[in-house]
Design a protein around this ligand. Structure first.
Ligand code: CP3
Length: 327
């Protein structure tokens, strides 16, 4: 029997008491650099529910820290960079990534996981725009004003920044695939801040340069990207990840029937009662219409206050409702 696969962005994380216990006060980036710990954290959600994929426990800031950028991930806030990149000299500080020597712990984590797992393992990277937004702003941002000012005011510096980040992302993904990742997801979480004209000119070519080099199934995800979905598909990715703001059937029309789609239940709804969650989950399934090529997920990461039981019931619902004879 076939059934719609289901996994959750941030399925390893603070909503699990055993995660909080194991992390303790350790910095997230330190946990990512400790293979035994990262392996255990990756496996925790799979012991709780029959998920159809694991995602390696790491962070989008790992490869930037690995090339010497001074970054901290502040609990409750996100990544902070004391010395932001805002000019040509700043871009010159971004050297190339040599995964085997710069981030051996990540590759070791993936090799160890590959031996433990009987479901596909997803490796991942942040996308150049999303990484750039942290590097240029110096931390999380609502309007991404400095990032957009650089993109529009100094297009040559922007191109150099995108080029350097795209090279880091390509090395980072290739190394994870060589170490045993079966698929990869590229998180362009904040690219929905751009309009389609700017996306096509200032982002799409770099995204294409990344997806062109990937030879395993690739998921291309962003938040608030309803108006960008067709362009994201053109940029690359076998599966386009969508948030809850675009109904799944509309999203699928925009990316085209030759692509798969991933999503898109609102993670906030999963904190409500099961009676409220179930019809919304069924609506996502109905919009997918039982077609092949739907990967059930949330529209963004699991929120820390989410009851574990709600995710367990979601996995069960998706599996039960989508069982169909192998085509
Ligand atoms: O289970 C998984 O999904 C794998 C682990 C994972 C983490 N970060 C671990 C983590 C993944 C896929 C990421 C990606 C990531 N990191 C993104 C892209 C995905 C997205 O959410 O859009 C971004 C933007 C980051 C940067 C980042 N790291 C943020 C914004 C935060 C949250 C800060 C906070 O405290 O609210 C982090 C920290 C982080 N990375 C956590 C986890 C599980 C949560 C904090 C913690 O456990 O201390």
């Amino acid at each position: 029997m076939d059934r719609t696969p289901v996994w959750f962005m941030r399925q390893a994380g603070r909503y699990l008491p055993e995660y909080r216990e194991l992390r303790g006060n350790r910095e997230i980036l330190d946990a990512c650099r400790t293979p035994d710990l990262a392996v255990e954290i990756t496996l925790q959600p799979l012991r709780r529910m029959p998920l159809d994929a694991a995602i390696v426990f790491s962070d989008i800031m790992v490869p930037l820290a690995a090339v010497g950028i001074d970054v901290r991930v502040q609990p409750g806030t996100g990544p902070m960079i004391d010395d932001p990149i805002r000019d040509v000299a700043g871009v010159a500080r971004l050297r190339g990534l040599e995964p085997e020597s710069d981030e051996p712990y990540l590759l070791e984590t993936i090799r160890l996981l590959r031996k433990e797992l009987d479901v596909p393992l997803i490796g991942f990277s942040g996308a150049p725009f999303t990484l750039a937004s942290y590097l240029v702003e110096g931390g999380p941002s609502r309007d991404h004003a400095r990032t957009k000012a650089l993109m529009h005011g100094e297009p040559q510096t922007w191109a150099a920044l995108m080029g350097a980040l795209a090279a880091i992302v390509r090395s980072h993904l290739r190394a994870q695939i060589e170490a045993g990742a079966d698929a990869v997801q590229v998180f362009d979480s904040w690219v929905g801040a751009l309009d389609p004209v700017d996306y096509e000119r200032s982002i799409l070519p770099w995204m294409r340069s990344i997806f062109e080099t990937i030879e395993v199934p690739a998921i291309h995800f962003g938040v608030g990207t309803g108006e960008l979905l067709a362009l994201m598909r053109r940029a690359g990715g076998d599966v386009i990840g969508v948030d809850w703001r675009t109904p799944l059937d509309t999203a699928w029309e925009r990316v085209g029937s030759d692509a798969a789609v991933q999503g898109n239940l609102d993670p906030a709804i999963v904190t409500a009662s099961w009676d409220a969650i179930e019809p919304k989950a069924r609506d996502v399934l109905a919009r997918a219409g039982g077609r092949d090529g739907h990967v059930f997920n949330l529209g963004h990461g699991v929120l820390p206050q989410t009851p574990v039981e709600h995710l367990q019931r979601l996995v069960e619902l998706v599996h039960r409702e989508t069982e169909r004879p192998t085509s």
